[in-house]
Write a protein that binds this ligand. Structure first.
Ligand SMILES: Nc1ncnc2c1ncn2[C@@H]1O[C@H](COP(=O)(O)OP(=O)(O)OP(=O)(O)O)[C@@H](O)[C@H]1O
Length: 602
């Protein structure tokens, strides 16, 4: 019930705020249409009485009035709809915006990765489109409420006990409500399997992995798993639907029994001579109308309950998972991001564990990266390199310990301000299917500027990312639409997308932190060489101008050795730390790996 009131209050408030004239006109027309229904029953009563008394002109007049009420009943709803359908669409857009904010808005990524968050997101995404009709349902509910009160008064005037009939619609409504609860709980229980069903279908039909899936012959196996998840989800849902149907049927049987009893009372009262044929016709017409009202009521109730649940789930998205672990200071961030790094970035006994994970990924990382330094991060797959980089970007918060930026805890800096000073190309970078200049231009979103319109800055970033040739080879140059998802865009190779991602990173104005997480993984050897030559110059300029720290994650030692500091991570801990010369002299893991890789090229 709370969900229903939440929905009514939310949509009424929003519509009032958006366009109160449309709202009141729509509601007024709906009310008139709904009042025409019992009025029609009254007109029919008088028509029957006029016919019985042989009053011809009165009968014709009543017939005309009845026809008028019928037209009003049928037509006014359509005109009302014209007034509020747009409001309904605006409300759906508002919910979509809230959904976008909820899924992309959190400052850090801890909760985005949790199954609870993914399940809630899946359900809201599926449901949000259905909220379009919620405003209409809320208005109709009000109109039907008024209609029911008028019907009850008319029935009471004939025979007081009959006024109870609309109230007997309450148990079926409550049972219908309980039935819907069963279905919703089943939906929640099966959300993970539903999500897997959808994701596997998407994987099996997406163009990207199609080649690998064909080569591996994995299609049937994916199909089998998809069918398995679908079966698991639909077993839970079917069972709930059967129980819900039984509950609804029981409620409706109760109402049908009351309906039959009311009919008998009416017949008995008529036979006793207490009411005439006109009243019998009035009561029977009103009873038919009540039965339709109840069915409509149940439908509207369901729509509004659903919309209320969507609103609740949207609110739950903010609390679906644990809050970022132990922020250093729970108070609002108040530290200002420095204009220039004077000292550097310090990891102070930093440990990190992903939410729900049994063990930490990073443990007791304690080191100082002086301002202006280029740091290379190496380690085996899964050693924690990307995680460390994401902590630096402020995408996760340490579970314990602190990351200090010029002495201020990163958790105390305004998250948006810090991110605006971070230029990062992460491993899972985005492939924006937009015109090339916008794909790159998204790297600089300063207010008041249109992304990608500064030709000189764009050309400079493309050149430094070794991507000028990518743009030059496209039929429409930087204005070329990229990707095959929309219209006739140009598809790029993995390496070309990566170069554009890098150009986007390089467009970031005045970064204090530059992060490249395996920026050359899709590049050929020559492109990699050109990239790092160009990138070294960029890092030096940024270091001089802003004291920027550059962090490179790479498995290529020819690149690593050029860095001023090298961090070797193993099992989430600092295994070695120093310059290339220090680490070679130490003859540890770094020296061993370096020698091995250098040997491979001899
Ligand atoms: N979102 C996540 N949730 C839970 N665990 C994660 C998540 N991302 C990574 N991990 C785990 O954290 C560990 C470190 O992952 P990370 O990506 O930091 O390693 P990496 O050193 O960058 O590896 P690679 O060289 O393969 O890129 C891995 O064991 C991984 O399974």
């Amino acid at each position: 019930m709370k969900d229903l009131w939440r929905a009514v209050a939310h949509f009424a408030r929003l519509s009032w705020h958006v366009d109160r004239r449309r709202l009141t006109t729509g509601l007024g027309l709906l009310l008139l249409g709904c009042l025409a229904t019992p009025a029609l029953a009254v007109a029919l009563k008088h028509l029957a009485e006029a016919l019985l008394d042989d009053r011809g002109p009165a009968a014709v007049g009543c017939a005309l009035v009845a026809a008028l009420f019928l037209v009003a009943e049928l037509m006014l709803g359509h005109f009302a709809h014209l007034h509020y359908f747009e409001l309904g669409e605006l409300e759906e857009v508002e919910l979509q915006n809230r959904l976008l904010a909820a899924s992309g808005g959190p400052d850090t990524l801890e909760r985005v990765g949790t199954p609870e968050f993914a399940d809630a997101l899946h359900l809201v995404r599926e449901e949000v489109v259905r909220t379009r009709s919620a405003l209409e349902a809320a208005l109709q509910l009000v109109a039907i409420g008024v209609q029911t009160v008028v019907t009850m008064v008319l029935l009471a005037l004939v025979e007081p006990v009959l006024a109870l009939l609309p109230l007997l619609a309450v148990p079926p409504v409550l049972m219908g409500n309980r039935a819907q609860d069963l279905v919703e709980r089943a939906k929640k229980r099966s959300a993970e399997d539903s999500r897997r069903t959808r994701d596997l279908l998407r994987l099996a039909t997406a163009p990207g992995p199609a080649g690998e899936i064909r080569l591996a012959g994995a299609g049937p196996e994916l199909g089998r798993r998809q069918a398995e998840s679908w079966r698991a989800a639909s077993t839970v849902l079917n069972r709930a639907q059967w129980s819900a149907a039984a509950l609804r049927a029981a409620g409706q049987a109760l109402f049908a029994a009351a309906y039959g009893a009311a009919l008998l009372i009416t017949v008995g009262t008529a036979l006793a001579g207490r009411i005439g044929l006109g009243d019998v016709i009035l009561v029977i017409t009103l009873m038919v109308q009540i039965s339709t009202q109840m069915t409509t009521f149940l439908g509207l109730f369901g729509t509004l309950q659903g919309a209320g649940r969507t609103l609740r789930r949207l609110a739950e998205l903010d609390t679906a998972a644990p809050a970022p672990a132990e922020a250093a200071d729970p108070a609002a961030p108040d530290g200002a991001t420095p204009a220039r790094l004077a000292h550097g970035i310090r990891f102070e006994h930093v440990s990190f564990r992903y939410p729900g994970a049994a063990r930490p990924v990073l443990e007791d990382i304690d080191l100082e990266i002086p301002a202006g330094t280029t740091l290379a991060l190496i380690g085996e797959n899964g050693a924690g390199k990307s995680t460390l980089v994401k902590l630096l970007c402020g995408l996760y918060r340490p579970t314990s310990g602190r990351i200090l930026v010029d002495g201020t805890d990163l958790a105390d800096l305004d998250a948006a301000a810090w991110r605006s000073r971070v230029a990062a190309l992460l491993q899972d970078f985005a492939r924006y299917e937009l015109p090339l200049r916008q794909t790159v231009g998204l790297g600089d979103l300063r207010p008041g500027t249109e992304p990608g319109t500064d030709d000189a800055a764009l050309a400079d970033a493309l050149a430094r990312a070794d991507a000028a040739a990518v743009a030059a080879a496209l039929p429409q140059g930087p204005d070329q639409l990229l990707g095959k998802g929309y219209g006739d865009g140009a598809e790029l190779s993995g390496g070309q997308w990566q170069k554009l991602g890098l150009a986007r990173t390089l467009l970031r104005p005045a970064p204090l932190l530059l992060v490249l997480d395996e920026p050359a993984s899709a590049l050929d050897a020559e492109a990699e060489h050109t990239l790092f030559d160009g990138y070294g110059a960029t890092a030096r300029t940024r270091a001089l101008a802003h004291g920027s720290v550059t962090v490179l994650v790479t498995h290529r030692f020819s690149t690593v050795r050029r860095a001023e500091r090298i961090l070797v991570l193993a099992d989430g801990r600092v295994r070695e730390w120093g310059t290339h010369e220090d680490l070679m002299a130490a003859r540890g893991l770094y020296a061993e790996l370096y020698t091995l890789q250098a040997g491979a090229y001899v």
